[in-house]
Ligand binder design. Structure first.
Ligand SMILES: Cc1cc2nc3c(=O)[nH]c(=O)nc-3n(C[C@H](O)[C@H](O)[C@H](O)COP(=O)(O)OP(=O)(O)OC[C@H]3O[C@@H](n4cnc5c(N)ncnc54)[C@H](O)[C@@H]3O)c2cc1C
Ligand code: SF4
Length: 508
């Protein structure tokens, strides 16, 4: 029976059982299509990286003896649409069975379900064999209760036997060492060298340009630093385990103008395209704890991101789609200022985080959450616009992981389904965790006045404006107690200052 198997651009899992042995009756299809490049404006490096990794994957399959049809973005036979391309191949090759791996994105999942339902040949959707949980596992775990990551994480630690002692208790006696992981970085320990391989992808970039595909950010096509295959992904992972993991925990939240990545792993692109599996990453980190005697806080903190957060947000996505696309708990409507696309702002923290995102398609978690996301929420930017920006700009941005992080964790637009309180702060936090404020036009200490840091008045204005929705949250008790003690005249000054800032968003 002649079989057709579709491989999507984020399904580059060479360890999948599909590829155990070559089969003359199986034809694989991979396609670069405008349907996928155009649904949001992506970072240039993201488009290049996905195409380069897809092409490398196809070459590898072919050299292993598999048959692959590969439609490049500039192929004259490319209809730039899943349905059109697949129908053409099915007819042309007299295909008798169609299969695809479960898409991680709701949009593509729906699209392929509809396509398959219209087929007159048998068809099947199989697992990507990547995640540690099923799509609905977290939802079954929580039932009607509140979604608390920490509860889910403990369940995952036990289920997957990670960092447990002989009595099935957490090693070291605690499940979570986050409190030990909040240090400021000031050149010590010295920042790790960027050992990622470099590629020249000028050919792909020229192809993208010739088709007028709109992108954002720097392509960096001739000195490209993102991995395009499993070998390079493993090399980056090993480099992280050997040189960075030991400091990951302590400096996880630190930010610095001269060091963009500090001790972060840079493996999210490899994980999200499935060139690496979460199980192998966790196993390597746990092994380093045992064999290299790394601090438990570092290893636990890293493992929690993958075993806990990554699987948790995936479950959250499948439980809350499609409603999550349109939620707007605070009814925020302000558009993003144009400097989100060029980084030209006097706010030093925003300038650095946005410019680095545009230059490298990367910002680490705290830059995404406590600088850019924090500012977006305090300003009242429209959540759907914030989401589209995040979905486009980051190398690792795939909707199933980006949307819960942006809409839920960062913008609280779901009204607190994912996060127990809004992640907002005044300049004090940014000043504590970075060196951004030192060189800033604005004063991180001032709340009112032309040179006052915008975060300061926006922070208090946010809590004043959303008193009805937030004042009963027990985690915000202290904030509202402080607000209550504030003089009415101060509150008025804050509202006026915040209004000025919002009206002047383009020129901050
Ligand atoms: C507003 C916002 C948007 C985000 N969008 C994305 C996104 O589109 N894609 C994405 O992979 N991550 C996203 N994250 C989570 C996190 O910021 C990135 O996973 C991380 O910065 C990737 O860099 P790294 O590989 O160096 O990660 P490290 O800091 O080294 O962490 C290791 C791994 O843990 C996982 N991880 C860490 N935090 C999270 C999290 N909150 N949710 C899910 N997985 C996590 C990632 O796979 C990451 O590679 C977002 C966070 C925020 C606040
Ligand atoms: S003073 Fe305010 S705007 Fe400037 S870097 Fe600090 S937090 Fe950012």
């Amino acid at each position: 029976m002649k079989k057709l198997r579709l491989i999507l651009g984020d399904q580059l899992n060479s360890q999948h059982t599909w590829f155990n042995q070559a089969d003359a009756d199986v034809l694989y299809v991979m396609m670069e299509i405008k349907q996928e490049t155009d649904y949001v404006v992506h970072h240039a490096q993201k488009v290049i990286a996905i195409f380069a990794a897809m092409r490398a994957f196809s070459d590898r399959l072919k050299s292993d003896g598999h048959q692959v049809i590969y439609l490049t973005i500039s192929d004259s036979n490319n209809g730039h649409d899943f349905e059109q391309n697949l129908n053409q191949i099915i007819t042309q090759h007299q295909i008798e069975h169609f299969a695809y791996q479960a898409p991680d994105e709701y949009r593509v999942d729906g699209l392929l379900k509809i396509f398959a339902s219209k087929l007159t040949i048998p068809h099947a959707m199989v697992s990507t064999e990547h995640f540690l949980t099923e799509r609905d596992e977290a939802s079954r775990f929580f039932g009607n209760g509140n979604w608390l990551m920490e509860r889910f994480y403990r369940h995952m630690r036990i289920k997957h036997q990670v960092l447990l002692d002989d009595k099935k208790k957490p090693v070291g006696g605690q499940w979570n060492y986050d409190k030990e992981n909040r240090q400021y970085w000031n050149h010590q320990p010295s920042a790790p060298v960027d050992n990622r391989p470099t590629h020249d992808h000028s050919d792909i970039w020229n192809e993208i340009n010739s088709l007028n595909i709109t992108t954002m950010g720097q392509p960096n096509e001739s000195a490209f630093r993102w991995p395009i295959n499993r070998e390079e992904s493993l090399q980056i992972l090993d480099d992280f385990i050997d040189h960075k993991l030991v400091y990951f925990g302590a400096y996880q939240d630190a930010m610095h103008t001269e060091e963009l990545r500090l001790f972060h792993s840079l493996i999210s692109f490899s994980l999200n395209t499935k060139m690496l599996s979460p199980a192998e990453v966790i196993a390597k980190a746990e092994q380093a704890y045992i064999e290299k005697d790394y601090p438990l806080a570092a290893v636990e903190g890293f493992i929690r991101q993958i075993l806990g957060w990554r699987e948790f947000v995936r479950g959250f996505y499948w439980t809350n789609m499609p409603a999550m696309q349109t939620v707007n708990y605070f009814n925020h409507q302000q558009p993003l200022p144009s400097w989100f696309w060029n980084g030209e702002t006097k706010m030093n923290c925003m300038k650095h985080c946005i410019r680095q995102s545009l230059d490298h398609a990367y910002a680490h978690h705290i830059q995404r959450l406590m600088v850019i996301g924090n500012f977006a929420l305090l300003m009242g930017f429209k959540p759907s616009e914030v989401h589209a920006w995040y979905l486009g700009i980051y190398i690792d941005a795939f909707e199933w992981v980006e949307m819960p992080n942006t809409i839920g964790m960062s913008q609280y637009a779901d009204g607190g389904l994912l996060a127990t309180k809004p992640y907002v702060s005044s300049a004090a936090y940014i000043n504590k965790m970075s060196n951004y404020c030192g060189d800033c036009t604005y004063s991180h200490k001032a709340r009112i006045g032309e040179n006052a840091c915008p975060f300061n008045s926006l922070y208090w204005d946010f809590f004043q404006r959303h008193q009805t929705q937030l004042a009963k949250n027990p985690r915000l008790g202290i904030v509202y107690m402080q607000l209550q003690k504030m003089r009415e005249s101060d509150k008025k000054d804050i509202s006026q200052q915040a209004a000025l800032i919002k009206n002047n968003a383009e020129n901050l």
